[in-house]
Design a protein around this ligand. Structure first.
Ligand code: PBG
Ligand code: ZN
Length: 326
C-alpha cells in the first residue's frame, strides 16, 4: 500500500545547491538578452536617465563604447532608440538617411560587425506631438502612417540594422514593412514585431528617457487594452501571417500569461520586453533597501523565460550578465 509519508517528499530534491541546479527546469543565460540603448546627438555625451538609474543617453561615439562592453559580456544584441535633434509633425527624423539611429547603426556595425543591432521602428520619438503616427483631428491615421514606417524600416536596414522591430501597433505594418524591405533589396532582414503591445502605465520612465510622452491624449487608440487575452492571439496570428519572423509580448510582468499563451500558440521565436517601469521599480526598491536587486532581478528574468520567452529585452542585461558570470 502507498504510504504518502514516504513516497513523494518533494524536499528531497531541494536539499543542496547541486541537487537544486540538477533539477532546475528554467535557466537564464546571457545569450537570451537584448540590451536597449538610447542614442542622442553630440559627441562624448553620457548622461544618466533620471527615471532609469544605470541607463544612459549616449552620443554615437559613446554608444559604440557601450556596445563594446555589451559584446564583451557575451550579450548577443542591442535594441536602439533615437532622440533626434529636432522633432516635427510627421517625425521625419525617423527615416532621415543621416538620422540619429542610422548614424549609430552604421558606427556600431563598423566596429562590432558580430553584434546584433535591432532598431525600434516607430515615430513617437520623432513627432512633435509624441504619437506613433500621423495625427489628424486628434486621431492617429493608420494607413498613411504605414508609408512612413516603411521608409523608416528601410532606412534602418540600409544603415546596416540586422533586425527591424516595429512598435507602433498600426494595423498591417508588418506586411507593409515586409514588402518595403523586399522591394528595397533587404529580403534577408528579419522583422521582430511588437505583436501584442499593451497600453501600459509602466512605459512611464521610457517616455521620459525617449521624450515621447504624447502631448495630448494617450495611446489607447492603437495599443492593446490590458484586459484582453484572446486579442493577443489574434494580433500575433495576424503578424505571423504578415511575415513577422519574431513576435514580441510587451510589457512582460503584468502579461506573463500572454507570454505563455503565445508560446503555446506558435513555433516562431518569442521575445518579451521587460520594460522601463518594471526595471525602475526594482531599482527604486533596491535603493531604498526594500529588496535585494540581484536576487529580485534574476527571479523576474527567470519568470519571464519560464513563461515561454526565448529572447528577453531588458535594462538589467549588463548587471545580469555579470551576475550570471560569477
Ligand atoms: C515606442 C516604444 C515604447 C517602448 C518601446 N517602444 C513606448 C511607448 O509605446 O510609449 C517602451 C519601452 C519601455 O518602456 O521600456 N512606441
Ligand atoms: Zn511609438
Amino acid at each position: 500500500m502507498l504510504n504518502f509519508e514516504t513516497t513523494h517528499r518533494s524536499r528531497r530534491l531541494r536539499s543542496s545547491p547541486n541537487l537544486r541546479s540538477l533539477v532546475r527546469e528554467t535557466v537564464i543565460d546571457v545569450e537570451d538578452f537584448i540590451y536597449p540603448l538610447f542614442v542622442i546627438p553630440g559627441t562624448g555625451v553620457r548622461r544618466e536617465i533620471g527615471s532609469m538609474p544605470g541607463v544612459y543617453h549616449l552620443s554615437v561615439d559613446e554608444i559604440v563604447r557601450e556596445c563594446r562592453l555589451v559584446a564583451s559580456l557575451g550579450i548577443p544584441g542591442v535594441l536602439l532608440f533615437g532622440l533626434p535633434p529636432e522633432k516635427d509633425e510627421l517625425g521625419s527624423g525617423a527615416w532621415a538617411a543621416e538620422g540619429i539611429v542610422q548614424k549609430a547603426v552604421t558606427a556600431i556595425k563598423k566596429q562590432l560587425p558580430e553584434l546584433i543591432v535591432v532598431t525600434d521602428v516607430c515615430l513617437c520619438e520623432y513627432t512633435s506631438h509624441g504619437h506613433c503616427g500621423i495625427l489628424e483631428n486628434g486621431r492617429v491615421l493608420n494607413d498613411p502612417t504605414l508609408e512612413l514606417l516603411v521608409k523608416t524600416a528601410v532606412s534602418h536596414a540600409a544603415s546596416g540594422a540586422d533586425i527591424v522591430a516595429p512598435s507602433d501597433m498600426m494595423d498591417f505594418r508588418v506586411a507593409a514593412i515586409r514588402s518595403g524591405l523586399d522591394d528595397g533589396g533587404f529580403s534577408d532582414t528579419p522583422i521582430m514585431s511588437y505583436a501584442a503591445k499593451y497600453a501600459s502605465a509602466f512605459y512611464g520612465p521610457f517616455r521620459e528617457a525617449a521624450e515621447s510622452t504624447p502631448a495630448y491624449g494617450d495611446r489607447r487608440g492603437y495599443q492593446m487594452d490590458s484586459g484582453n487575452r484572446r486579442e493577443a492571439i489574434k494580433e500575433v496570428t495576424q503578424d505571423i501571417a504578415e511575415g513577422a519572423d519574431i513576435v514580441m509580448v510587451k510589457p512582460a510582468l503584468a502579461y506573463l500569461d500572454i507570454i505563455r499563451e503565445v508560446r503555446n500558440l506558435t513555433t516562431v521565436p518569442l521575445a518579451a520586453y521587460n520594460i522601463s517601469g518594471e526595471y525602475s521599480m526594482i531599482k527604486a526598491a533596491a535603493r531604498n533597501g526594500w529588496l535585494d536587486e540581484r536576487t529580485a532581478a534574476l527571479e523576474i528574468l527567470t519568470g519571464i523565460k519560464r513563461a515561454g520567452a526565448d529572447i528577453i529585452i531588458t535594462y538589467h542585461a549588463l548587471d545580469a550578465a555579470r551576475w550570471l558570470a560569477n
